[in-house]
Design a protein around this ligand. Structure first.
Ligand SMILES: *Cc1c(COP(=O)(O)O)cnc(C)c1O
Length: 382
């Protein structure tokens, strides 16, 4: 009865193909289970779609971020500017390389890294900026690019959630010195397991990432050029992703259409305490669809009562997390705090039926209606 936030039947239509893929790789004469022909084909096809010089498949989105930062030479004594609002890998990958994440606040409505907050944080130790696309909106990559260039910094684009999005005609993942995608199950090009890719036009960086993902080997087995990682890619996953790739555009379009419909319905709720993401398709990605709601918890409860699962992420800014608090100076991130108080994600996956989508929109609108009535007209300017 309840509409789940992420559906359990993501791959229902492709189950036979998945089993066939396991049979093909598992029974194939090569008995090659990692970094084989399927992985190379997936890398080539994604590179072709993106117009990128190199795509390197690796163990996960987090692995991709680690490999990029490591290949850029980020290490002890360096600072990397990251968004204060986002997921753990944005800061953890930096810390794990011995560097220090410096948290910058976000833009209030779109919740992506605010370039105006980045610039004052740049100092003598700053080496890189990590911009991340957040759920429904791409970061302001042109402006971040301009700031990075002016200060001689590397620009990393965490495009884990934005595969298929474009800004000024340029695909997400290709704006930074390197970008990445995650193939963890729930992402827009998720698969049945773990995986990710690094995307870059910097062939030297790509070459280093390729070495680092497989213990620092450069083609020659058991010769270690660099201290690397095990962040390799699985052939079964590569074959399955190749099978799913032709359908990706249609699935993304379905997500975008659902989002268009939501935004159309929700725009009039703006003065009733519920704000949808900005409309349009430019620089939009619909991994999840996030509302900003004054009474977020009450809205989440209302949705649950009416059979709609929703999700709060992220509930706490990164520099307020127990893991990272010791790295955070006595600074404040008021917009990240505000986003954490108000954000609520509702389902937006491609195989929601029109009827379910309408029910979700109706339920949000009904809440706003009742809510406005309860609050009355004298709530002051908003
Ligand atoms: C999912 C995600 C990652 C990590 O990807 P994994 O494949 O889960 O390691 C990194 N950054 C962002 C913004 C993400 O959403």
């Amino acid at each position: 009865m309840t509409i789940p936030f992420f559906p359990p039947d993501l791959f229902a239509a492709d189950r036979d193909a998945l089993v066939e893929t396991v049979r093909m790789i598992g029974g194939g004469p090569a008995q090659k289970f990692i970094l084989g022909d399927q992985t190379r084909r997936l890398e080539r096809e994604l590179g072709h779609m993106l117009g990128a010089a190199d795509v390197v498949a690796c163990g996960s989105g987090t692995g991709a971020l680690t490999l990029i930062l490591h290949a850029m030479g980020i290490g002890a004594g360096d600072e990397v500017i990251v968004p204060a609002f986002g997921c753990a890998p944005l800061a953890a990958t930096v810390v794990n390389l011995g560097a220090v994440p410096v948290f910058a606040d976000i833009r209030p409505h779109t919740m992506v890294l605010d370039p105006e907050e980045v610039e004052p944080l740049i100092g003598a130790r700053t080496r890189a900026i990590v911009g991340a696309h957040m759920f429904s909106v791409m970061a302001d990559m042109p402006r971040l690019r301009e700031i990075a260039d002016r200060h001689g910094l590397r620009l990393v684009e965490d495009s884990a959630v934005a595969q298929g999005a474009t800004l000024r005609g340029r695909p997400a993942g290709t704006w930074g010195d390197a970008g990445l995608f995650s193939f963890v199950q729930v992402k827009t090009f998720g698969g049945p397991g773990e995986g990710g890719v690094v995307v870059t036009d910097d062939t030297s960086l790509g070459h280093t990432v390729r070495m680092l993902r497989n213990h620092g080997q450069d083609g020659q087995r058991f010769r270690y050029e660099r201290i690397g990682y095990n962040s390799r890619f699985d052939e079964v996953l590569a074959a399955f992703q190749l099978h799913r790739l032709p359908g990706l555009a249609a699935r993304l379009e379905r997500r975008a259409r659902i989002a268009d419909y939501y935004t159309e319905r929700f725009t009039e709720l703006r003065d009733r305490g519920i704000i949808p993401p900005p409309p349009g398709r430019e620089g939009r990605c619909y991994y999840v669809y996030c509302l900003l709601a004054d009474d977020r918890d009450a809205l989440g409860d209302h949705l649950a009562v009416h059979g709609v699962a929703s999700h709060v992420y992220y509930p706490v800014p990164l520099p307020r997390q127990p893991a990272f608090a010791h790295l955070a100076a006595e600074r404040a991130w008021p917009r990240a705090e505000d986003a954490c108080r108000r954000i609520l994600a509702i389902p937006v996956y491609p195989h929601l039926t029109d009827c379910q989508v309408e029910h979700i929109a109706d339920t949000v609108c009904a809440f706003a209606g009742e809510h406005a009535a309860v609050r009355g007209p004298d709530t002051g300017p908003r």
